[in-house]
Design a protein around this ligand. Structure first.
Ligand code: SF4
Length: 423
C-alpha cells in the first residue's frame, strides 16, 4: 500500500497506552550469542548511570533508599526539598541565605531535586549552582524596571497558555511545574502556582488556536517544565500537535536533563522520537552541571535523533566570567549539545542581584568569537521588556566605511578592509 508522505499520525488520548514494539528478529548465524549480547547491551542502556558522587550522597542522606529509588524520577520528585528546613539537612545555610523561620517567598516557592542538591557544595554559599536555586534575602528587593511579567507574555496571549508574539511560531505553556525552581525564573508569575500540572483539558483552547492559525509552523512547548509531565501526557500533546498539518517543527524547552536526568528514560526517548522533527532546548547554567548523569541523558536524546540546543541565562556571580562560560560551551559541545542562546537576565521582580550589565555579556561574546570554535559561540540576546522579542547583541566589528570599503575589526583587534560593492 502506498503511503502519503504528508500524512500526519493520528493523535492518541492519554487514557490509551501503547505497548513498546518488540525488537525485530536478527538473522545472524550465531543467533543465540547475538541475542545474548543484544539483550545485555540493551539492559545496560536501560540502566541510568549513578556517579560515585551521587552514590556517596545517596548513602549519606538517604540510607534507606536504593540505587533503583535514586534512578526513579518519581522518587526524585517525591524526595525533593520543598522548604528551607528540608534543605538545611543537606547544606549549611549562610547569613545571606533565607532561614527556615523566615516567611516563604510569595513569588517563587522552593523545590530542588535530591540529584541537584547533591551537586551543591555544602559549605560554600558562593558556589554557582547553589546561588541559582537557594533563596537569598536579596530576592525580596524590588528594583526599578522590574516586573512580574517583563516580556508582556500575558499581553500577547490570545487564549490561555499560548503566547503568540512572532508571526509563524507560538509558545505553548503547558505546565506550571518544574522539578527544581531557578531563583531567576522569567515565569515566576506562573510556575508552581498550583503545585501541579495544569492538566490535559486546559490545553484544548491552545490546541484549537494552533489548529486554526495556519501561519503557525513552529510550536515551542514550555512552562514550567514539560518533561516533568507523565509520558502519556507528553505524548498526547505531541500527537495532537503532529496531527496539525501546518505545524512543521515542535520544540520542547526543558531543564530536566540538567536537574532530573533520571527522567530521560528509554520509554520516554522511544516515544519522543516518534514525533520528529522535534528539537530540545535545554537550560544549562554552569559547567558543574555536566555530570555523568546529565551526559548520559543528553546522549540518549541525541542518539534518538533529537537535536539539542542549550539556552543559558547570563547570571552575576554564577557564569559571568569568560573562562566559566567558555568551559560550559566546550563541555556542551562534548556531549553534543549546541550552544544556542545566551540570554541577558530578564528584569523579573527580585532578580536584581542576578543581573549583569549588557557590556559584560558583550565582553564574554568578544572573548569567545574567534577564540574558540564557532559552534561554541551562542547568540547573545536581550528579550526586550514589553514584548519586543529577542534582539541579538554583538560587539562592534564594523568600525566605519571609507572609499567604498567597509572597515572591519577582527577578533584580535586588527583592522581590515572589505571592498563592499556588487556588480
Ligand atoms: S526550569 Fe525554566 S521554567 Fe522552571 S524555574 Fe527554571 S527557568 Fe523557570
Amino acid at each position: 500500500m502506498e503511503t502519503d508522505p504528508n500524512e500526519k499520525p493520528e493523535y492518541i488520548h492519554p487514557e490509551l497506552s501503547e505497548e513498546e514494539e518488540p525488537p525485530s528478529k536478527p538473522t545472524f548465524i550465531d543467533e543465540a550469542s547475538f541475542l545474548d549480547e543484544y539483550l545485555k547491551s540493551r539492559n545496560d542502556r536501560d540502566k541510568n548511570t549513578i556517579s560515585d558522587h551521587s552514590l556517596s550522597f545517596l548513602q549519606t542522606f538517604f540510607p534507606e533508599a536504593t540505587v533503583k529509588d535514586w534512578n526513579s524520577w518519581h522518587w526524585q520528585i517525591k524526595n525533593s526539598a520543598r522548604s528551607i528546613g528540608q534543605l538545611s539537612r543537606f547544606i549549611n545555610l549562610s547569613e545571606n541565605e533565607v532561614k527556615p523561620d523566615f516567611p516563604k517567598s510569595q513569588s517563587l516557592p522552593l523545590r530542588i531535586s535530591p540529584y541537584y542538591i547533591s551537586l551543591l557544595q555544602r559549605d560554600n554559599p558562593e558556589h554557582a549552582l547553589r546561588k541559582s536555586v537557594v533563596p537569598v534575602f536579596d530576592e525580596f528587593l524590588v528594583q526599578p524596571g522590574e516586573s512580574s511579567d517583563p516580556l508582556s507574555e500575558e499581553q500577547f496571549s490570545p487564549v490561555p497558555n499560548v503566547v503568540h508574539r512572532y508571526p509563524d511560531r507560538v509558545l505553548f505553556l503547558v505546565t506550571g511545574f518544574c522539578s527544581t525552581y531557578c531563583r531567576y525564573c522569567t515565569r515566576t508569575r506562573m510556575v508552581a502556582k498550583d503545585k501541579c500540572h495544569i492538566g490535559v483539558k486546559a490545553w484544548e483552547a491552545g490546541l484549537k488556536y494552533i489548529e486554526q492559525h495556519t501561519e503557525v509552523r513552529d510550536v515551542l512547548i514550555s512552562g514550567g517544565d514539560p518533561l516533568t509531565m507523565p509520558d502519556l501526557h507528553v505524548e498526547y500533546l505531541l500527537s495532537r500537535l503532529r496531527s496539525i498539518r501546518h505545524v512543521e517543527i515542535i520544540r520542547i524547552g526543558t531543564k530536566v536533563p540538567v536537574v532530573l536526568p533520571q527522567r530521560i528514560t528509554r520509554p520516554l526517548v522511544n516515544m519522543l522520537k516518534k514525533y520528529h522533527p522535534l528539537y530540545l532546548s535545554i537550560h544549562f547554567t554552569h559547567p558543574d552541571e555536566i555530570t555523568p548523569e546529565t551526559s548520559e541523558a543528553c546522549e540518549k536524546l541525541v542518539n534518538a535523533g533529537i537535536p539539542l540546543g542549550s539556552q543559558t541565562v547570563l547570571l552575576k556571580g554564577i557564569n559571568d566570567d569568560l573562562q566559566v562560560m567558555k568551559g560550559l560551551m566546550h563541555a556542551l559541545l562534548k556531549i553534543r549539545v549546541r550552544p544556542y542562546y545566551l540570554y541577558q537576565c530578564d528584569p523579573v521582580v527580585g532578580t536584581g542581584h542576578f543581573r549583569t550589565t549588557i557590556d559584560k555579556g558583550l565582553e564574554i561574546i568578544r572573548g569567545l568569537r574567534g577564540h574558540t570554535s564557532g559552534y561554541a559561540v551562542p547568540t547573545y540576546v536581550v528579550d526586550a521588556p514589553g514584548g519586543g522579542g529577542k534582539i541579538p547583541l554583538l560587539p562592534e566589528y564594523i568600525t566605519g566605511r571609507e572609499d567604498g570599503d567597509v572597515l572591519l575589526k577582527n577578533y584580535e583587534g586588527k583592522l581590515f578592509r572589505y571592498p563592499d560593492y556588487s556588480t
